[in-house]
Ligand binder design. Structure first.
Ligand code: NAG
Ligand code: NAG
Ligand code: NAG
Ligand code: NAG
Ligand code: NAG
Ligand code: NAG
Length: 437
């Protein structure tokens, strides 16, 4: 079974590099639980494999001791970020349920205000949204449960097995998120999973102002936009859209998105609206008027194209590495500064945790060179990159764990070399380079 799975994985990798990206991608897209007949570290879009006690080994270096770490995560399962023009008709009658955990937002010292979305049946714009109690891009209860389990697994390794993190406390752990509710909520789930004593206690996480946030990332970079526009105007990109024109027509007719450029210029929105549904055990969209439903085969084709597009935009296109460095350079410089301050002895935290988005994870993976080993796939929900620092023979080494497994090119690199790698992803004079186009 294992060798069959490996064979399928290598077939997938071979197909992913072929010109037509359509092929059934190897992996799981409809459950947070990877079937036990698959290897534990199988790509699971709904819930990425991550570091856990059962499959973790310490470096096989005599006397190595863990001394520092930075980790980046993607949030867990959520409702679709994108909505179809006539969203209501493309969902089951009950729609989406987000009233199964409490959504808090209150000023300290005041009433514990929380909010619940209401969608009145009489709303004149009801056609634009599903029924139920969810907004777009809202963490679901199952996503919160996955985050808690993720925190438990993280603790099973870095507290129980390695003994590196003694307790969950804001002096040892620095947590940064984006300004999305789902990243706050996932960080709360992770911390609670690490230490259930944290139920209901305050824990400060750090954010940057939206217009300069380096984690999403959200800062402006017109030079990067121009580069990307250019490499999405050449055959290496356009060919995959024309090769899949029939698929696009079918999807457009069922979901009412024909000729809407946000949907037709790439497969991002179909990928989002299909995977959000399949990961939550909702049916693929069905058109109530025509009765036509998106087929499993077409959804699988969209998943494969999504991988192709993510790899192309952030990794393989000519100028993709410049685009990634420009748009994530601020984050790479923050990471480099963290490791440098550890090296200098001025870092006061034992670990820095970042809870971001797919755009954070794909840029981090690309900038660290993972896309030179194999094509990058769309970062799954709960995707994880752990940058561990170990001390051995009075020297510091970095080991990077991606989706729970050690990265072959970064399994034991001197800390100074790792800092150089991070700094190599920071274009000089970044603000002026981005802005003066
Ligand atoms: C998930 O998808 C796989 C492959 O398409 C299918 O075999 C399996 O039955 C599905 N599982 C669920 C829970 O729908
Ligand atoms: C959503 O609720 C409204 C009002 O109750 C109803 O008319 C509509 O059919 C529901 N949507 C679906 C997809 O069933
Ligand atoms: C949503 O989930 C909660 C908790 O499980 C349940 O009480 C409620 O009835 C659900 N709402 C709908 C509309 O299904
Ligand atoms: C990449 O950038 C170079 C230099 O700006 C430019 O000449 C080239 O056309 C770009 N390639 C693509 C595919 O956009
Ligand atoms: C259903 O299909 C028709 C014909 O393609 C389309 O006009 C309509 O917008 C679709 N309905 C929804 C709810 O998207
Ligand atoms: C989409 O555009 C094509 C070409 O302009 C046109 O033939 C077709 O009717 C349009 N489809 C819809 C649903 O508007």
């Amino acid at each position: 079974m294992l060798s069959l799975a490996l064979l399928l994985a290598s077939v997938y990798l071979a197909l992913a590099t072929a010109t037509n990206p359509i092929s059934t991608p190897y992996g799981v897209y409809n459950s947070s639980t990877t079937p036990s007949s698959f290897p534990w570290n199988t790509y699971n879009y709904c819930n990425a494999p991550h570091v856990n006690a059962e499959h973790y080994s310490k470096p096989s270096v005599e006397g190595a001791e863990m001394v520092y770490m930075n980790v980046m995560f993607r949030h867990h399962k959520r409702t679709p970020d994108n909505v179809y023009p006539n969203e209501n008709g493309l969902n089951p009658a009950a729609g989406w349920n987000c009233s199964n955990f409490i959504q808090f937002n209150y000023g300290g010292g005041t009433a514990h205000v929380n909010h619940q979305v209401v969608i009145p049946p009489s709303h004149p714009f009801l056609s634009q949204i599903w029924n139920g109690t969810c907004d777009q891009g809202t963490l679901t209860q199952e996503g919160l449960e996955d985050a808690i389990k993720h925190g438990q697994d993280f603790w099973s390794v870095y507290h129980d097995a390695v003994g590196f993190l003694p307790t969950v406390n804001p002096k040892d752990l620095y947590v940064r998120t984006s300004v999305s509710d789902r990243t706050y909520q996932v960080s709360g789930g992770l911390l609670y999973g690490m230490d259930p004593a944290y139920a209901g206690d305050a824990f400060t996480v750090y954010t940057q102002p939206t217009n300069i946030d380096s984690l999403v990332p959200d800062y402006d970079c017109p030079l990067a936009d121009n580069l990307r526009d250019a490499y999405q105007s050449v055959p290496a990109w356009i060919d995959h859209l024309s090769a899949n024109a029939a698929l696009q027509t079918r999807l457009g007719e069922i979901t009412g998105t024909s000729n809407l450029s946000a949907w037709t210029s790439w497969y991002d929105h179909y990928f989002d609206t299909f995977t959000s549904r399949t990961c939550a055990s909702h049916p693929l969209p069905c058109n109530a008027t025509t009765g036509a439903c998106v087929s499993e085969e077409d959804a699988a084709a969209v998943f494969a194209i999504g991988d192709f597009e993510y790899n192309y935009i952030w990794n393989s296109a000519q100028n993709a590495s410049t685009y990634t460095a420009l748009t994530f350079g601020v984050m790479f410089s923050e990471l480099a500064a963290n490791f440098r301050s550890f090296e200098d002895g001025t870092e006061s935290y034992k670990a820095r945790l970042y809870v971001g988005h797919d755009g954070s994870m794909i840029r981090l993976a690309s900038g660290l060179g993972l896309g030179k080993i194999a094509p990058l796939r769309w970062p799954a929900l709960g995707s994880e990159m752990v940058m561990e620092v170990w001390k051995a023979d009075e020297q510091n080494f970095v080991r990077v764990m991606h989706e729970g497994s050690s990265v072959e090119t970064l399994s034991w690199v001197p800390l100074s070399e790792f800092i150089t790698l991070l700094e190599s992803q920071v274009p000089p004079d970044l603000y002026n380079t981005c802005m003066n186009v």
